[in-house]
Design a protein around this ligand. Structure first.
Ligand SMILES: Nc1ncnc2c1ncn2[C@@H]1O[C@H](COP(=O)(O)OP(=O)(O)OP(=O)(O)O)[C@@H](O)[C@H]1O
Ligand SMILES: [Mg+2]
Length: 359
């Protein structure tokens, strides 16, 4: 059942992480103020921006409602932000709801039937909607019509209800979980990628301006490099560095200040935190770089198997520091380099080093 989703490992298993991608309470409080308001202000995602710009411009020129848009990508990359931008660019009001909030088809029918013409309906976590609601959505998206079921049992009747044209903007962190019939009903799908360090640098500069924090280019680059490709994390690290700069210095963020602040919070130069480094450290020092089984690795760092697998590993794999192989977890040469360790010499016969004789 696709709405019976697992809880989020970033806030659950590992407590609140400074580099966790999912919004915590503090993020939610400040994010509204930091959100770009139109496509021009939205940093990075060049392809998505260009494509979306065409879709919206064309709809505006036709005086029509924009096609339904699906936004897919990891948490904190700007899906909610883009949905609001779509509404703003279309000059349309926006209604915000989410898959888990729509338990019954009736909930969806109530929302759909109260939409104004041209309104944007933002459906966050669309992969977690209930099946009956999903089926109602198919018809609403395609024909701007729903069948409202009145009564129960054999006496139940379906009353067709016309809907005003609207734009559905769906967001999902798991595009793969969407049933194909739903995916196919979107006119445009935007895949959001992780951001380049230079793009995050611009995000940091922009946010610093809005938060009235003084920061130099090197300071912004330092924060950007530790933000794991994610604007939400960049904004969060910026706030922690700002605190440090206020308390320990004159409030201005330089490279030295940013590095010292993030050392306090145990976020290293590549954005790894304590848990990520503990996993790598055990893999390298206790198991010679692997291969080692996940359970063994988890015991070695004193964490649950799921925590290692779902919280630490995805970023380590993405960074090319760790590989998951059929025989177990293996460190890459980059992992050895990152922790400043020398990998054991490869026991390759005939390399002229006398390895065959146990030298
Ligand atoms: N391209 C961007 N330029 C500037 N800031 C951005 C950009 N993308 C995201 N942000 C900032 O990052 C924060 C998180 O973005 P947003 O809430 O849109 O992410 P999301 O993809 O909806 O995440 P989730 O999957 O958790 O809902 C916001 O405060 C926003 O200001
Ligand atoms: Mg969101």
């Amino acid at each position: 059942m696709n709405w019976d989703d697992t809880t989020d490992p970033d806030t659950d298993a590992a407590g609140e992480r400074l580099v966790g991608p999912v919004a915590d309470r503090e993020d939610q409080a400040v994010e509204a103020a930091l959100r770009p308001k139109d496509l021009g202000e939205f940093i990075g995602q060049e392809k998505v921006r260009e494509q979306l710009d065409l879709v919206l411009r064309a709809a505006r020129a036709r005086g029509a409602t924009a096609d339904h848009v699906l936004l897919s990508g990891a948490p904190g990359l700007g899906k909610t932000t883009l949905s609001m931008i779509i509404a703003a660019e279309m000059g349309a009001p926006i209604r915000i709801t989410s898959g888990p909030a729509i338990q019954h088809a009736g909930d969806l029918a109530a929302i759909l039937s109260s939409l104004q013409e041209g309104e944007v309906l933002f459906l966050d976590e669309i992969h977690r909607m209930s099946r009956p609601a999903e089926e109602m959505l198919y018809m609403a998206m395609e024909d701007f019509r729903v069948d409202v079921i009145v009564g129960k049992g054999p006496g139940a009747t379906a009353i067709p209800l016309e809907l005003p044209p609207f734009t559905l903007v769906g967001a999902t962190t798991r595009a793969g979980l969407l049933p194909p019939p739903l995916r196919d009903r979107f006119g445009f799908t935007a895949h959001m990628e992780f951001y380049e360090p230079t793009e995050l640098e611009r995000v940091v500069h922009r946010s610093a301006g809005l938060l009235d924090v003084e920061i130099d280019t090197a300071g912004a680059a330092e924060i950007a490099g530790r933000s794991r490709g994610t604007p939400r994390i960049a904004n969060r690290l910026l706030r922690r560095v700002r605190d440090y700069a206020q308390v320990k210095a004159d409030g201005v963020i330089t490279r030295e200040i940013a590095a010292a602040a993030l050392a306090v919070y145990e976020v290293d130069a590549r954005g790894l935190d304590r848990l990520d480094r503990a996993v790598l450290d055990a893999l390298l020092k206790l198991f010679g770089g692997g291969p080692v089984g996940l359970s063994t690795l988890a015991v070695a760092v004193g964490e649950e198997r799921e925590t290692v697998e779902e919280v630490a590993e995805p970023f380590l794999v993405r960074e090319g520091l760790l590989a998951r192989t059929p025989r177990g977890r293996v460190a890459t040469p980059a992992a050895w380099a990152h922790l400043g360790l020398t990998p054991p010499r490869a026991h390759t016969p005939g390399n002229g080093q006398g390895d065959l004789f146990g030298a």
